[in-house]
Every structure is written in C-alpha cells, then in structure tokens.
Design a protein around this ligand. Sequence first.
Ligand SMILES: Cc1cc2nc3c(=O)[nH]c(=O)nc-3n(C[C@H](O)[C@H](O)[C@H](O)COP(=O)(O)O)c2cc1C
Length: 197
Amino acid sequence: MEVYRAILSRRSIRRFQQRPIPVEILKKLVNAARVAPSAANLQPLEYFVVTDEKLCSDVFSTIRWAGHIKPRWMPDKNERPVAYIIILVREEIYTREQISIDYKRDVGLAAENIMLAAEGENIGSCMICSFDRAKVRKILGVPETLLVDSIIALGYKAEKSVIEDMQNGSIRYWRDRRNVMHVPKRRLDDILHINGF
Ligand SMILES: Cc1cc2nc3c(=O)[nH]c(=O)nc-3n(C[C@H](O)[C@H](O)[C@H](O)COP(=O)(O)O)c2cc1C
C-alpha cells in the first residue's frame, strides 16, 4: 500500500474479526517499530507480543475503550482484539548514556510505524494509553527494569471508521446508527501556516 494512502486510511479500530494474525506478520509490525526514529538513537523500547487467548483476555480486562462513547462501551466478546503489542521502555539506558530526553516521542513514532504497517496488511489497530499498567505488569511478568508505556490492540477489522471535518470545535468521535465511527479532524486550513499566520 502506498504510504500516504495508508496514513490517510488508518483509523483507530476497536472491533475485530476473531481470526488470528500470523506470527510472521506480528514480527513484521515489531520490526517496523524497531527501525523507527529514536532520539540520540538510544532505542530504549522493547515489545511484548500477546496472542495467547488467556493472556489476551487478561490484558483486555485492563483497558478503557473509546472514552468519548457514552454510555461506557467496550468490544463484545466476539469482537475483541486477537493480539496486542505492549510497548516497554528500558529507562536505564538514559541514565547509562547520561542523556536526558523524554522517551514518549520515541514511543509515538514506534507506535505509528506499527499501526501503519498493520494498515498495510489490512489489519486494524488502536493505540491504548488508558489502562491499568500495574495489572499488565503482573499479568505479563514484566520485570521492574522495564516501564509499561502503551498497548497497540490488533486484529482484522470488523468495523468502519471515517474522518470528517470538525464541526463546532467538537473533538468527540461518535457512532451512527449503522455503527460507523465518525472521527472529527481539524481542517487543514485551520492548522496550516505557510510563511506566516
Ligand atoms: C496516545 C494515545 C492514547 C490513546 N489511548 C486510547 C485508549 O486508551 N482507548 C481508546 O479506545 N483509544 C485510545 N486512543 C485512540 C484515540 O482515541 C484515536 O486515535 C482518536 O480518537 C483519533 O481517531 P483515529 O485514530 O481514528 O484518527 C489513543 C490514541 C493515542 C494517540
């Protein structure tokens, strides 16, 4: 898939078909993260791939889904993610190299690489930062030397999500009667400044 097309077509997907993603594809997604830009090339990130049914179910229980959808919503049992990539940070690298930078930019770039590579494979994804990190640490046995930062939920798509121009300044995404998600995005003209304001 052409890169710009994948960038435009990628949406956060939160309902998934219940067929597995081949492990080779999951490895490909982590490889896409591995080569992402990294501040000072420190490469503090590691990745934990979850495909085991019980682990998937345990990770699912820690997640808060689609905060703008009311009443509170979560995927049904037959539409849950079939895999997760947990993004971990080896913070000690910063101390060792005596470089003080925020790792969060590295996480963002790695996460987008994962999600765009997934889009290229027609796999839906959703970045998750609203979850119980202590629980995930316990479920997966993550050692204290690694920080649990974020989760990318994955699976073949079972929902449609479209972008639209933001109306009345509202950033809240919403679902229509046919369950299509609508995601307001700021208009290009409102955020673009060329050679001045
Ligand atoms: C840093 C970050 C954290 C997010 N955390 C969550 C989350 O905890 N739960 C969730 O359902 N979606 C989460 N999302 C997905 C956003 O809601 C989504 O990106 C946004 O609504 C725009 O939709 P789009 O990705 O389809 O463009 C997160 C996205 C980002 C970038």
